[in-house]
Design a protein around this ligand. Structure first.
Ligand SMILES: [Mg+2]
Ligand SMILES: [Zn+2]
Length: 160
């Protein structure tokens, strides 16, 4: 079985400006991210991104915008020598429609756990929001809430 560190996107991978990020030129990787991920990779972890993108439901941006940003994010990871196993995003927003994927719900995590044969008890979800931790707990993985835009280096001691 695989062990994974699930990562929220905005505020964990890229700087969260306090608004929606949907343009490649506003997608800025947080300093030191890849050094932290290298350490986790050496501990045997793989990485999957789990992100709410309710701006799609709100028609602030569309699926193609998200795909462009994620293509760019994949390139950044590849250049840093870190493989990103998969990216899951929820395009819904509670103001417009109900779903069971949007965090704090856990469908995105559960899909990934099934598809990639992930050992839940050895996996973590790092997010900058309470709802990330709630989604993690619902899926049976350990949630770690970080300060938005903080370096993951400050939390590596919470991961075995
Ligand atoms: Mg976030
Ligand atoms: Zn959803």
């Amino acid at each position: 079985m695989n062990k994974v560190v699930f990562l929220d996107r905005d505020g964990v991978i890229n700087y969260e400006p306090g608004d929606y990020t949907f343009e490649v030129d506003k997608f800025n990787i947080i300093n030191g991210l890849f050094e932290s991920l290298k350490t986790l990779k050496e501990r045997g972890y793989q990485f999957i991104v789990i992100t709410n993108q309710g701006g799609i439901s709100k028609q602030i941006y569309n699926h193609n915008d998200v795909k462009s940003v994620h293509l760019y994010m994949q390139e950044c990871f590849e250049q840093a020598g870190i493989e990103l196993l998969d990216i899951y995003y929820c395009p819904h927003h509670a103001v417009n429609e109900k779903c069971i994927c949007r965090k704090p719900d856990s469908l995105m995590l559960e899909k990934a756990i099934a598809r990639y044969n992930i050992n839940k008890t050895k996996s973590y979800f790092i997010g900058d929001s309470r709802r990330d931790v709630l989604a993690a707990e619902k899926a049976g993985v350990t949630g770690i809430q970080i300060v938005m835009n903080d370096s993951l280096n400050n939390y590596l001691n919470q991961i075995n």
